[in-house]
Design a binder for this molecule. Structure first.
Ligand SMILES: Nc1ncnc2c1ncn2[C@@H]1O[C@H](COP(=O)(O)OP(=O)(O)O)[C@@H](O)[C@H]1O
Ligand SMILES: [Mg+2]
Length: 339
């Protein structure tokens, strides 16, 4: 396998802005990230920094007032060995719909937004299978039962005929994971999948996701603002602030050699690392600016203890401080600059 094939998803310079009141506001700025096959990439950062907009832009589920551009967004399918340029596809064309359902599964924060209250859960899970494979309803139903068993939904034979409101929050989220998983996708994008759940259930769902990644060799993008989860789940970490990837590296790079002042501040805001579930980001001195009010230069400048005049002049490039470890900060301008 050559090096490139290791990456199931390769995003280069993805930018998204929204047009409102005839003004264009840049929300995601030149985001580059790669998801290595069979691993978990955590995307972490405070609320509002553009995590959801980034993944929605990748899978092209964006509202009409959004403008998305990228050098490339490449998906490499293990199923047919082909490369797909997602950035060049029609958002709701046949190809993109097929990839979204069958190869890239999605789990969002609020399970109710992904479930239809008036359909039986079993039918909702079966729907994707029937649509993407053309299999019979009876066959699909059998696979749904197997999936429910695998995901630890008790008494699946009777539960498939229930409606969403008959499920607890944690069980609903398992149903959403079943929908995401049923066509056996390569990638699962989980956007704060446990934020709406209580801590014990969070831990169970995360264990489930980890087992899918390890046993079924799934590649996962996990969006979270919970550093405890990052420490438990991630192989690589992408730290975002105000639409920028400030730092990208392996779990060790980020936790043992955090280099961007923002990453350092994030880690300081977590009292003890690597243990408790449910450990949220604490507060970092200063306030998150309004994206419309940002001046030139580093987005973190106003809150950064190391800020100098030159930090406020122009976009800060990425520097590769060690192989695969990128930092967007002028403190590292003696290292190789990458685009
Ligand atoms: N449809 C939209 N129109 C205008 N602005 C939006 C839209 N969706 C999100 N935003 C803005 O984009 C920024 C990033 O949002 P989001 O990606 O949801 O953050 P998070 O990191 O919490 O997932 C926020 O400032 C949000 O207000
Ligand atoms: Mg979000």
């Amino acid at each position: 396998m050559n090096n490139n094939m290791d990456y199931v998803l390769d995003v280069k310079n993805l930018s998204t802005s929204f047009i409102s009141d005839r003004k264009e506001i840049r929300i995601v700025k030149n985001v580059s990230l790669r998801l290595r096959r069979g691993t978990t990439l955590a995307v972490v950062g405070e609320s509002g920094c553009g995590k959801s907009v980034t993944v929605h832009s990748i899978v092209k589920l964006m509202p009409k007032n959004a403008k998305v551009s990228a050098d490339h967004v490449i998906y490499r399918s293990a199923k047919d060995g082909k490369e797909y340029r997602l950035d060049q596809m029609e958002p709701f064309g046949t190809e993109m719909r097929k990839l979204r359902g069958a190869e890239i599964g999605m789990v969002f924060q609020d399970p109710m937004s992904s479930l239809n209250p008036v359909y039986k859960v079993g039918d909702q899970v079966a729907e994707g299978l029937i649509q993407h494979t053309g299999m019979s309803k009876a066959e699909a139903q059998k696979q749904v039962l197997d999936m429910f068993r695998k995901l630890g939904i008790p008494d699946p034979e009777s539960r498939i005929s229930d409606f969403p409101h008959q499920f607890s929050g944690g069980m609903k989220q398992r149903v959403v994971i079943a929908i995401a998983m049923i066509c056996n996708p390569d990638i699962i994008i989980a956007d704060e999948p446990t934020t709406a759940l209580d801590v014990t259930i969070q831990a169970q769902i995360m264990e489930l996701m980890k087992s899918l990644q390890v046993n079924d060799h799934k590649s996962i993008i996990l969006i979270t603002h919970n550093m405890g989860l990052v420490a438990e789940m991630a192989d690589e970490v992408c730290v975002m602030y105000m639409g920028r990837v400030m730092e990208f590296g392996s779990l060790e790079d980020i936790f043992e050699n955090p280099s961007h002042p923002y990453t350092q501040a994030l880690l300081r805001s977590v009292p003890v690392l690597g243990l408790a579930e449910g450990q949220e980001l604490g507060t970092i001195p200063g306030i998150t600016p309004n994206p419309a009010d940002l001046g030139p230069g580093c987005e973190f400048a106003d809150r950064c203890p190391f800020c100098q005049d030159r930090c406020r002049q122009k976009d800060i490039p990425r520097f590769e401080v060690s192989p695969g470890h990128y930092v967007r900060c002028l403190k590292f301008d003696s290292f190789q600059e990458v685009d």
